[in-house]
Design a protein around this ligand. Structure first.
Ligand code: COA
Length: 405
């Protein structure tokens, strides 16, 4: 018998489990004056804890959101936003026990998917999560400007902090969720973001809104991370963008035009953007832009495989029969016939086999079947089947989540 229990946390255990999370990420426990603004965002609902007696030794937190899937449908998703095990309890199965409990809870709550951002890439595959989107970091060094011919007819205005808090959530909701991989940002997501970025705790971010022909259609949240020095005028500020959201390419271009127009800046650094964003193409001198990083972004777990497969659309190819393995949620196991006309369970022979984490890597269109087969993640498929899978699951735009949690 194990010497700890895994169970939902109760209301009075919110603060100690939040501190446990901060400690596991090498942060300090939260002081009284800062707990107040955070408390509402750390609700007991959706949190699975591990306890040794009354002491919390592990936490796995989640909140509800929706995920946009290829074709534009949206499915209920649990966003797993805080996972940690006390340092003296690691590698004894605590996380495994919490993940097991949490996944079954997600099934009972009717989630089709779960998603998270992984601190390390080796942790979550065993629980059925696969890296399902990527994001890019771009750095544009001055002197840089948009090339003539870029269509960006809108204008940009800076907001006060109060205006930003009042404006941005509804604007995001209106413009932000159509691409595969995008997430709704529920009410409880915003106070944390505002607290860390616009509040007293290291805020200093400013928010600018872009207005196009049809009204407000994008915004950027940014700060400067280094000041210009008078004795080194060549060395300007670094303009660091935390969140850039836009309804379409013209709003993206308009926001870039604004970012590049800010004076006394040496370089603009934008994290967490779609990998296929054509930043260099927008510039008069394309080499002023560099992609400095591409990293895994949303790790996806298909909690309800038949529901998830039915929710998305597929490209024009002959159907394939996929045999899906799932170690933790047996109801997902089995063969699925996937084609442009829909998805059915079947007893037909499988054209390929894969684990549920690999299915998540295919699901939003991020990965191609050939490399997944090369890596031993897809087995039993011939080249024709792999090409069919690419046509069925491929998407015109790379999937992108764009929301950190
Ligand atoms: C990551 C963390 C939650 C893992 O918790 P844990 O209770 O040690 O995990 P488990 O004991 O259930 O490990 C399950 C398996 O995953 C492996 N594993 C877990 N974390 C790992 C890591 N960081 N690196 C490599 N392997 C890891 C274990 O070795 C074990 O493998 P096995 O089944 O072959 O024995 C914990 O180490 C932690 O709190 N880390 C710091 C905070 C953090 O990174 N949180 C995640 C935020 S996304």
């Amino acid at each position: 018998m194990s010497d700890y229990v895994v169970r939902p946390i109760t209301d009075p255990e919110r603060r100690s489990t939040f501190d446990l999370l901060l400690r596991s990420l090498h942060g300090d426990p939260i002081p009284d004056e800062r707990w107040g603004p955070m408390a509402d965002s750390w609700a007991a609902d959706g949190k699975t804890g591990a306890f040794h007696g009354d002491d919390p030794i592990g936490i796995a937190s989640s909140f509800p959101t929706t995920l946009t899937v290829p074709g534009g449908g949206r499915v209920p998703m649990a966003a797993v936003d805080g996972v940690g095990v006390r340092a003296d309890w690691t590698r004894r199965g605590v996380l495994t026990a919490m993940m097991d409990t949490q996944l079954h809870d997600f099934v009972n709550r009717g989630y089709v998917a779960a998603g998270l951002h992984a601190s390390e890439a080796v942790i979550y595959g065993r629980f059925g999560y696969g890296a399902a989107t990527s994001s890019a970091t771009f750095r544009v060094s001055h002197p840089a400007r948009l090339r003539e011919g870029v269509t960006a007819p809108g204008h940009v205005r800076l907001l006060t902090t109060d205006e930003a808090i009042a404006t941005i959530p509804a604007l995001y909701q209106r413009i932000g969720t159509s691409r595969a991989g995008r997430l709704a940002r529920p009410d409880r997501w915003w106070p944390i973001a505002f607290h860390w970025h616009l509040g007293k705790d290291g805020g200093n971010h400013r928010v600018a809104v872009h207005t196009g022909p049809d009204g407000d259609d994008g915004y950027v949240e940014f700060r400067t991370t280094r000041q210009m020095h008078r004795d080194d005028p060549e060395r300007g500020a670094l303009l660091d963008v935390r969140d850039l959201q836009a309804a379409g390419p013209e709003a993206v271009a308009g926001l870039w035009r604004f970012l590049l127009s800010v004076d006394l800046v040496e370089a603009v650094h934008v994290r967490g953007r779609p990998v296929d964003e054509p930043v260099s193409l927008l510039l008069a001198d394309p080499r002023r832009a560099r992609t400095t990083d591409i990293e895994d972004e949303l790790w996806l777990r298909l909690v309800d495989v038949p529901g998830a497969l039915a929710a998305r659309t597929y490209g024009p190819a002959e159907p394939v029969v996929m045999e899906v393995h799932d170690r933790m949620l047996p109801d997902n196991r089995g063969r699925y016939r996937v084609g442009p006309d829909g998805v059915t369970r079947t007893d037909e022979a499988a054209d390929l086999e894969l684990d549920v984490d690999t299915l998540a890597m295919l699901y939003l269109g991020e990965w191609q079947a050939g490399p997944l087969a090369l890596a031993g993640r897809i087995t039993g498929a011939d080249d024709r089947t792999l090409a069919q899978v690419d046509t069925l699951f491929g998407t015109a735009e790379r999937p992108w989540s764009g929301t950190h949690f």
